[in-house]
Ligand binder design. Structure first.
Ligand SMILES: [Fe+2]
Ligand SMILES: [Fe+2]
Length: 267
């Protein structure tokens, strides 16, 4: 069995700190072989820098995925071309830096493929069709392995659920990211693919999706540009744990994980 932990969008320094603290706890409770994390908000709340990526790797994360904030920090552009451990949405049109598909060598000699895709509904409509992009990527990945995890970074629940059902049986897991709010619909679809609409956010708990509520409210009230700040205070950790059958590539068990510094300490 291959045990994978997928951590939801890590927001800023509080999110990175929460990863170090919680990963140890999770590993005491569950076997974890590989850690994948969405890092699109890891550097100051928007984007990822080479330094923050390296910091996350030092905490035991193996592969970092991105999303609509992939291009917010210029320093990542060259870095994306020099690493196979950080991937950006594969269906970005043109020829952006980096890759949307990564292969990770496993101790067993097998490989794990990780794919990053972005949705279009209520989102960035210039992206190429994620369904057709998934067809090509899965075909490529399956020439090497049947252990395939997809991070589908999208806004609309329906688009995420549709891609989940579209890829059921072709990949090991379809994990939704981007909304920063964990959904309680984790399941294994009939053909053996793990699915969750959104795995959630790792970062400040008293926040609007990771940011200081006062500033987000101000933007809604005034409709003026307001610079968001990563919130402070207690932190949360959101993830999905999966157990994959290395022969079939199917997921046989899943567990949704949510830790919150406030409630974790309530006896
Ligand atoms: Fe995010
Ligand atoms: Fe996002």
């Amino acid at each position: 069995m291959l045990h994978i932990l997928f951590i939801g969008d890590i927001v800023g320094r509080p999110g990175r700190k929460m990863v170090t603290e919680t990963l140890t706890k999770v590993k005491q409770e569950l076997p974890v072989d590989i850690v994948i994390a969405n890092g699109e908000n890891a550097a100051g709340g928007v984007g990822l820098t080479p330094e923050t990526a390296d910091e996350l790797f030092s905490y035991g994360i193996n592969i970092i995925t991105l999303g609509n904030h992939a291009w917010d920090k210029k320093a990542i552009y060259n870095y994306l071309d020099s690493t196979t451990r950080v991937i950006r949405p594969a269906n970005q049109p043109g020829a952006p830096p980096g890759q949307g598909l990564a292969f990770l060598a496993l101790p067993s000699g097998q490989k794990l493929a990780v794919i990053n895709l972005m949705g279009r509904a209520f989102f960035n409509s210039i992206m190429d069709c994620p369904f057709r992009a998934a067809d090509d990527l899965v075909e490529t990945a399956r020439k090497t392995t049947n252990l395939i995890v997809v991070d589908f970074h999208a806004e609309a629940t329906s688009e995420k659920a549709a891609l989940g059902w579209y890829l059921d049986g072709k990949v090991s897991a379809i994990i939704g990211t981007h909304t920063h709010v964990q959904t309680a619909d984790e399941r294994i679809l009939p053909q053996g693919s793990a699915y969750i609409t959104d795995v959630g956010m790792t970062g400040p708990y008293d926040s609007v999706i990771g940011f200081t509520p006062k500033l987000v409210i101000e933007r809604f009230l005034t409709q003026m540009p307001v610079r968001f700040e990563v919130a402070t205070g207690p932190r949360q950790f959101s993830a999905l744990w999966m157990s994959l059958d290395e022969k079939t590539g199917k997921t046989t068990a899943i567990k949704r994980i949510f830790h919150n510094e406030l409630t974790d300490n309530v006896k």
